[in-house]
Design a protein around this ligand. Structure first.
Ligand SMILES: [Zn+2]
Ligand SMILES: [Zn+2]
Ligand SMILES: [Zn+2]
Length: 292
């Protein structure tokens, strides 16, 4: 199973427009963080996309993605959803609807916000198209849907007034935009080997997101072999995170692919890094060769 981080930034992205702080002007390409998205793939190339951030098209091009079999929406915040129109190419090319998994309470809202997609009465102009998406409800307390032959278990986490749907598939637990992990979610994460958690910055606790310290404490509680932090802001550079995090917790970065291969978890090169988007020359990028 492989996990590719498409976007590892918080809602403003990094650099932040008009900001000249050291992280926003950093020359380390890992300090360029697009909005939150990820890809999980397993046997036979089955590919699950997690969220559709505003930079989705650029992220898919960067990683050379030509196939999305299903989409898992964590929640409806703009930074996780507003690239939804970029799914159009997949239904157009396969002439099939793309299955889209959402929390059951989110169906009405997403249908209203993107009426042109979900209302069958709304047809695109002649000669145009819209994403053809097939909504599936996920019961947050249920065992979760089978997606391309694998059970994807929902992990509900509180995020302000919303509930976010993380998930577990096999040895991977994936959570973003959490403020805590409730007991039921911790139970479902038992024995997970690879974990993803969100974190904004060091210190200054936020009402609806983990800061780094909270995420690290939770990572230690779950006890996965490896935890990656995502949804990061311009208040912490990749280098600072690497320096200050404990050995089992690492900062993710746009384009990083992590593979669970039997007993090993290893970082591998992203499929097609494109200078200018992630722009990391191999020579300056120790993580290309890094393994556990
Ligand atoms: Zn900045
Ligand atoms: Zn959010
Ligand atoms: Zn978010």
């Amino acid at each position: 199973m492989r996990l590719t981080f498409l976007g590892t930034g918080t809602s403003f992205g990094v650099p932040v427009v008009g900001c000249d702080c050291p992280v926003c002007s950093s020359s380390d390409p890992r300090d360029q963080r697009t909005r939150h998205g990820a890809l999980v793939s397993w046997e036979e190339g089955a590919t699950l996309l997690v969220d559709t951030p505003p930079e989705l098209r650029l992220q898919l091009l960067r990683e050379g993605v030509d196939r999305v079999d299903a989409v898992w929406f964590t929640h409806g915040h703009a930074d996780h959803l507003h690239g939804i129109d970029d799914l159009r190419i997949f239904s157009l090319r396969t002439r099939k609807s793309v299955p889209v998994f959402v929390a059951s309470g989110f169906r009405d809202e997403i249908s209203q916000r993107f009426r042109y997609i979900f209302d069958p009465e709304v047809r695109p102009n002649q000669g145009s198209s819209k994403p053809e998406l097939d909504l599936h409800d996920v019961d947050e307390g249920g065992e979760g849907p089978l997606i391309m032959g694998r059970r994807v278990q929902p992990l509900a986490v509180p995020h302000g007034s919303l509930t976010v749907l993380g998930f577990r598939v096999g040895d991977l637990g994936y959570i973003t935009d959490a403020k805590t992990l409730p007991p039921a979610t911790l139970e479902r994460l038992a024995g997970v080997r690879l974990l993803v958690l969100n974190a904004l910055w060091f210190g200054h606790p936020h009402p609806s997101h983990f800061n780094v310290e909270e995420a690290v404490a939770m990572a230690e509680r779950v006890g996965a072999e490896r935890t990656y932090l995502t949804h990061l802001t311009h208040r912490a550079s990749h280098a600072e995170l690497e320096r200050r995090l404990p050995p089992t917790v690492r900062p993710a970065w746009d384009g990083l692919t992590v593979e669970i291969d039997g007993s090993r978890i290893r970082e591998i090169r992203s499929s097609s890094p494109e200078p200018g988007l992630t722009g990391f020359p191999a020579s300056s990028h120790p993580h290309f060769r890094g393994e556990s």
